[in-house]
Design a protein around this ligand. Sequence first.
Ligand SMILES: [Fe+2]
Length: 221
Amino acid sequence: MKKPPRPRRSQKSQIEIRKQNLYDLVALRDDIIRTLCDDDLLLQIAEKSYIHQNGFVKIVYETLEESVCRLHIYPFGAKADLNIHDHRWSFSSVTICGSLPMSLYEIDVNGSTEILHTYSKTENGGHEIQSRSSCEAIRTDLIQVPPLQGYYMPYDIFHRIEAVEELTITYVETYPAVSDTCHLVNIEDRSGEGSIQPEPLTVGATRQALAQIALKIQELV
Ligand SMILES: [Fe+2]
């Protein structure tokens, strides 16, 4: 599945934000309430979930074949990822509460203001970042995704979630990886290897987070 860095495509197609079906979120609420009564399941979820270094909580809720359902909680001021990036997989996202501001970018490999890196997982569970070329990231759009709205993000669209201005919770489903590598764009050279795995959440913290999400879905009903 190894692929060389992809040439950047022109990002004419913008992300389309669509209203989502409330009943799907109600079904998720009911599923979460059942999960809250199952200590074994809570432990399994806790072991895969963690607080990201940028301050948001990532709950890996369920894996269905190769798709992974996650719940992300961004406290006020949290940033998802300071790098402009794409992913190894496409995903869809629905906002449960708050509002997720996201910048979209087009990458010009003839530019010289930033550095395009590849990001690859290594066999020991870590990752490796390599600088590839200079480039320029051109912001083409800033979208806001309010509650009950969602979008589909193809794997090769460069984006960055900006600081949230209120508590924001999203439900994210990631689809099977289509590449071994994705990309980061940063003004600084971020080359290097990393292996730091964040501490998993405790069962108590997972229970509290899931209960908060069920309540926020209830507020939409
Ligand atoms: Fe992303």
